[in-house]
Design a protein around this ligand. Structure first.
Ligand code: SRM
Ligand code: SF4
Length: 577
């Protein structure tokens, strides 16, 4: 007997324009939240219904999280200034850089969501399809382009973004068209616009004569599940490319970008105790010339659309299609859509991942500055006033903001003559810690978890700085202080900060308890695996200190901690005992 479609499939079928009853809820001055079904529709509009989990004992306080789209993490200074204003006016006063190079606004009350989204569009971005069963933000290497190859990758990332945007006609009619706003943001928004077109304008809906608008790529029921696309330029795997559903690894020759190796079928989410769900790294499928990048991206999306599991959302990602049907099958389906098979993949190698910190030359007389942003949270807290400092820098020096896939920030296009003044602004605002975080804090990532994430089982962002400080102490005691160590933490096994591709992954199991994963590598090309389960938070640094001491004694020259743990047999035998 055929399995029934999942509830979300029925919702999409009933309302392919994804409008639900969002309009009605917005018009109801009494409503403090979106209804059950609308909680699914609003995701396609870049919105998640949340409540403050710290306050649940005294009743639910509803708000939403809103996610923007920033291809390759690029945010012009004028757009940043709009976001900064919106965060303070409508959200919780912070901006959260995400692990996919976007910004999230947390704590937005029902009344603020309309003005917030309208203003994001006015500032030439969008929240369309940053969540939901569609292609999400397209990631790309963060450093600003410095040559023909890096410029071409940036162009292609935007081309793929445009090619994969859904039509979703209700988005613009609900949030943008005809919505009158006077937020007093006039000058800020005018500068963001500067008569340019929005790079995230969706494609026109196809008219199939039935009267109902149809999306040429996504059809009426979109994809079976979320879909993630990224670009990487070896040797730095800063976008963690193997964890994407669709990855393009740039292949350059003689200073020119000749094309991409196609990767497909990566994804990390899993559920505790459900063996049908698991993290998976993408397979290398073949090589394509640069000119075909958008066409190939659409073909891969179409395979997910047509073959992904629409009966079980926990089994609906493209990774399960690849796992079950195999790479040869996938190559055949792709060849059918493209008219011919792809050429064999070209050799490539990653040697590491992570962001640059400090000053780097970009062009004659122009530099960029890599900044460490602890757990991606741009905020003012006590003497640390990063949010105010970045506002002043945006106003005075107008750099391009570039959000990294490790939740950090690059400010590019800074004139050499302004370097000292930019640095001074950060120091005067108590943010000197942004310059040289070291190779543990600078490589670390944690997901938001409590109090905003409805799925979290344990703390993450709020306890991560303490955990890393203790791990650094363990490194110092072992005599390996200052060495690179990629530690990532999440409040549940969904893996939003990609702990499965870290050297040390810490994954929430229950309040105060975590699974500890070891054996991933710095290049992000090997998955970490479960080492110990349900470890109390305070015991994690103690256990790791013991391992670090052994690592310092036993490692071979140049061997990273992840490689050493992967190869050290008795660690895994003890774990199994
Ligand atoms: Fe994620 C769901 C936050 C990157 C896998 N993710 C969520 C939600 C929206 C919770 C929810 O559904 O109610 C989280 C909102 C928390 C909050 O309060 O902000 C959330 N995910 C995040 C962010 C903000 C984490 C961060 O520390 O930066 C990242 C936003 C990225 C963006 O800008 O688009 C984020 N999420 C990821 C990644 C990493 C990546 O894409 O590189 C993953 C693992 C890769 C993957 O997709 O397999 C990831 N998030 C998930 C999953 C598991 C999906 C699965 O296949 O099982 C969920 C749950 C779901 O979809 O049902 C989820
Ligand atoms: Fe929430 Fe889990 Fe994602 Fe963390 S990993 S943000 S707890 S869904």
């Amino acid at each position: 007997m055929e399995k029934p479609l999942s509830k979300n499939e029925l919702l999409k079928t009933a309302k392919p324009d994804l409008s639900g009853t969002i309009r009605e809820t917005l018009a109801n001055a009494e409503a403090d939240r979106f209804s059950g079904d609308d909680e699914q529709f609003i995701k396609f509009h870049g919105i998640y219904q949340q409540d403050d989990r710290d306050k649940r004992k005294t009743g639910k306080e509803y708000s939403v999280m809103v996610r923007t789209r920033q291809t390759g993490g690029i945010v012009p200074a004028a757009q940043y200034l709009v976001y900064d204003e919106l965060a303070r006016r409508f959200a919780n006063g912070t901006l959260r850089i995400t692990s996919r190079q976007t910004f999230q606004f947390h704590g937005v009350l029902q009344k603020g969501v309309g003005p917030l989204i309208k203003s994001i569009n006015e500032a030439l971005s969008t929240t369309l399809a940053t969540c939901g069963d569609v292609n999400r933000n397209v990631t790309a290497p963060t450093p600003p382009p410095t040559d023909a190859v890096t410029r071409a990758i940036e162009e292609d990332a935007f081309a793929v973004t445009t090619a994969l945007l859904p039509t979703a006609t209700s988005y613009h009619s609900i949030w943008v068209d005809g919505v009158q706003l006077d937020l007093g943001l006039g000058e800020v928004v005018r500068r963001a616009k500067a008569d340019q077109a929005n790079p995230y304008a969706p494609p026109p809906a196809e008219d199939d004569g039935s009267g109902a608008p149809k999306d040429a790529l996504y059809g009426k029921t979109y994809l079976p599940r979320k879909f993630k696309t990224g670009f990487a330029l070896p040797p730095n795997n800063d976008t963690d490319i193997f964890t994407n559903d669709l990855g393009f690894v740039a292949i350059a020759k003689d200073g020119a970008l000749v094309g991409y190796n196609l990767l497909a079928g990566g994804g990390l989410g899993s559920s505790h105790g459900n063996k049908q769900t698991f993290p998976r790294l993408a397979d290398v499928i073949g090589f394509l010339p640069r000119a075909r990048v958008a066409e190939v991206a659409k073909a891969v999306i179409a395979i997910h659309r047509d073959w992904g599991d629409r009966t079980d959302r926990k089994h609906a990602r493209l990774k399960y299609v690849l796992e079950e049907k195999g790479v040869a099958w996938f190559r055949e389906r792709l060849a059918e859509r493209l008219g011919a098979p792809l050429a064999p993949a070209q050799p490539f190698a990653f040697v590491g991942q992570g962001d640059p910190f400090g000053w780097f030359r970009q062009a004659d007389g122009v530099s960029y500055l890599g900044l460490f942003v602890e757990t991606g949270r741009v905020k003012d807290a006590g003497d640390y006033r990063l949010m105010t400092a970045l506002r002043e820098i945006a106003r005075r020096f107008a750099p391009t903001f570039r959000l990294t896939a490790s939740q950090n920030l690059i400010l590019s296009d800074i004139r050499d003559a302004d370097k000292a003044a930019v640095e001074q602004v950060l120091r005067e605002h108590g943010a000197a810690s942004v310059f040289a975080p070291g190779l543990v804090r600078g490589r670390g990532m944690a997901c938001p978890a409590l109090p905003t994430c409805g799925l979290s089982l344990a703390e993450s962002e709020r306890v991560f700085p303490r955990l890393l400080a203790l791990i650094e102490e363990g490194q110092d005691a072992a005599g390996v202080g200052g060495e690179e160590l990629v530690v990532r933490m999440t409040g549940c096994p969904n893996g939003c900060a990609r702990p499965y591709s870290a050297e040390v992954g810490i994954i929430g199991k229950a309040p105060g308890k975590y699974n500890v994963l070891l054996g991933g590598n710095r290049e992000g090309t090997r998955l970490a695996r479960n080492w110990r389960e349900s470890v109390p938070f305070d015991e994690i640094p103690v256990l790791l200190s013991g391992l670090l001491a052994r690592y310092a004694r036993e490692r071979s020259a140049g061997q990273g901690f992840g490689d050493w743990t992967d190869a050290t047999r008795d660690i895994w035998e003890t774990a199994a005992a």
